[in-house]
Design a protein around this ligand. Structure first.
Ligand code: G3H
Length: 249
């Protein structure tokens, strides 16, 4: 099954309005028109400006988070309708910073993933073990439990993306080796084949995230089950982000 690679930049809580627009324009100007999908997730408050900056380009607009309710008294939250209004096509769920820093519980992650899918958008569901979990030999078990947050009623493989992000590799400069990444990606695909079915699992894209840079992207993206990347630090400069995206061609 040929899977088009998907490289997404997660800007996290970085940039200001002028920098966000300039970065978005830089990415839009240099993004490959085919062969690899490219997306960017600016902070909520810059989504509108970034949406305008990438209009007419192949770059997909993503959001870093969302709330699962449709509307109402949920102070500080942002709905899927609001995101769709601005042209958002995909939304992250279960990012390790939300799980471990913000302490978002698995039940809430699961509700968000379901709501994103039900709204017709793509879910980029992040999974990954902490260092102590890797050392304890529970990497596969942790990833499996986090994949199980997705209901099996999510059957459109085009709109389900998994991002495997070992927590010990995020923002640390310490990347999983090509072999370590491939081993977990293969496990995830195999597990998804059992939980959904093989056709679904063969079509789902599994991104790698965690200190992916231009110099290690080719090796990681060359692995059989690595279908793209979720990029943090290196996505804050258009040239390094585009170099990673082009490594996926
Ligand atoms: O969402 C992106 C990941 O957390 C990776 O971040 P990083 O590339 O800065 O390690």
């Amino acid at each position: 099954m040929a899977r088009t690679k998907f490289v997404a930049g997660n800007w996290k809580m970085n940039t200001n309005k002028a920098a966000a627009v300039a970065l978005a324009k830089g990415v839009a100007d240099g993004a490959p028109k085919s062969g690899v999908e490219v997306g960017i997730c600016p902070p909520f408050v810059y989504l509108d400006a970034v949406s305008a900056a990438i209009a007419g380009s192949p770059v997909l607009l993503g959001a870093q988070d969302v709330y699962f309710e449709k509307d109402g008294a949920f102070t500080g939250e942002v709905s899927l309708a609001m995101l769709k209004d601005l042209g958002v096509k995909f939304v992250l769920t279960g990012h390790s910073e939300r799980r471990h820093v913000i302490k978002e519980p698995a039940e809430l992650v699961a509700k968000k993933a379901q709501a994103i899918y039900d709204a017709g958008l793509t879910v980029v569901h992040c999974v990954g073990e902490k260092l102590e979990e890797r050392d304890a030999g529970t990497t596969f078990a942790v990833c499996q439990k986090q994949i199980e947050e997705l209901a099996t009623s999510l059957t459109d493989a085009k709109r389900v993306v998994i991002a495997y992000e070992p927590v010990w590799a995020i923002g640390t400069g310490r990347t999983a080796s090509d072999e370590q990444a491939q081993e977990v990606h293969a496990f995830i695909r195999d597990f998804m084949g059992k939980r959904w079915n093989k056709d679904f699992a063969d079509a789902v894209r599994i991104q790698y995230g965690g200190s992916m840079k231009p110099d290690n992207a080719k090796g990681l993206l060359g692995q059989k089950d690595v279908d793209g990347g979720l990029i943090g630090g290196a996505a804050l400069k258009a040239d390094s982000f585009l170099a990673i995206a082009k490594a996926g061609l």
